[in-house]
Design a protein around this ligand. Sequence first.
Ligand code: PHE
Length: 462
Amino acid sequence: MATNSRGQFNSRLGFVLAAAGSAVGLGNIWKFPFEVGDGGGAAFVVIYLAFCFLLCFPVMISEIAIGRKTQLNAVGAFKKLGHKNWAWIGLLGILAGVFILSFYNVVAGWAFGYFLEMAQGNFDFQSPEKFGAFIADWHHIFLYGLVFMAVTAFIVSRGIKGGIEKAAKILMPSLFAMIIGLMLYAFTLDNAMDGIKYYLVPDFSAITGEVIYSALGQAFFSLSLGMGALITYGSYVSRKQDIVRSAALITITDVSVAFLAGLMIFPFVAFLSSGNMDDVSGGAGLIFMTLPGVFESLGPLLGKIIGAVFFLLLSFAALTSTVSLLEVPVAYLVDEKKIKRPVAVWGTASFIFLLGIPSLLGHGAVDWLSSFMTLYKDGQEANASFMDFVELIASDTFLPLGGTMIAIFTAYVWKKHNLNAELMEGRATQSKWLLNYINFAVMIFCPLILGTITIITVLERF
Ligand code: PHE
């Protein structure tokens, strides 16, 4: 039970579930597969996995430790352990979170809309034109997004530690089971092997700078890192918990869901394209165009049921992520600006919803928002939407930048011995090698590698 006025997670499992709920979301099931497609397949997967375990995991531990030590929001925590001049790292994170939620909520609206469509047996979304018509129909998407943001705000206004813990306990394992079921079904289909090869047999010549930083951005995005979400959640964690073990559980859960989602989707893609994996890119529409065809192949009744349940569970996974995204600015306003929780919640949610409108309209409804800028992919010019633009700044750039700064801050401002003391509290095992690696990573490896990639990315892009 709560031991101070900020409240705590009720059980040991509660924190891991809430943080895993934050991590597992559209990033795993929607974004990861199409990033793999854009990044040319298995080579992307290998780099992504290496980033998650070698670079992101130590940053995650730092975030949780900073949060638990200070019991504060993302901005307050840096001020308390460092100096008020460090607050900007937290502010950058809050800004990233606000922008990420603005487009994330739009995609969550698509997922929710698909739940309604599948439930009615409407599987006709398999061409870019059909899917394009769905997302361009802004009246509907506006409504779905509004519902989604309102539910998110409702949960956050009641405090994140109550209902969401309980719901996550049942719904997350259901989603996991569903992905495994669909994956096994995918393996039985014609040409499945071509999809699996594409996903698992790396062609390292496909690696470019673009692939490396989108894999890094994806790793941070998927693990909810680099913006203080886990500082905020960490501030509600009891001192009896083993931070290292919790972070390992969160990372493994998140990576497994993404990995399995890929193992499910690429055999389906191969099945529907008769084994032709040459142009998988599909972009943001990949799962939304692929899965309806799969559900249709199950027959009208079964397809309806499995399809509707799948998108309902996906919407729920998205909800546990939107809740954590909204919690970051709200905790800041409540702690630092002494604004009442309900006012902070509904005010911030309304603001972010409005901020998301250009992302919502930039999928066919309004031309200039739909082709907002030009990007270079594989040496070719490609149109990018307003949403792509926000993603590029907030998630692909700000998150790795935040991660670099968090590592540097932990190692050189807060200092290694303070981190280690925090990690020893509640530590269940005494094994030294992991702690040694974490120290090495925070002090040298993360600042060096993360810093270099981030600087190169920023210089190339802007
Ligand atoms: N990790 C979430 C997902 O993969 C998105 C997210 C990013 C949530 C950053 C919180 C903070 O869907």
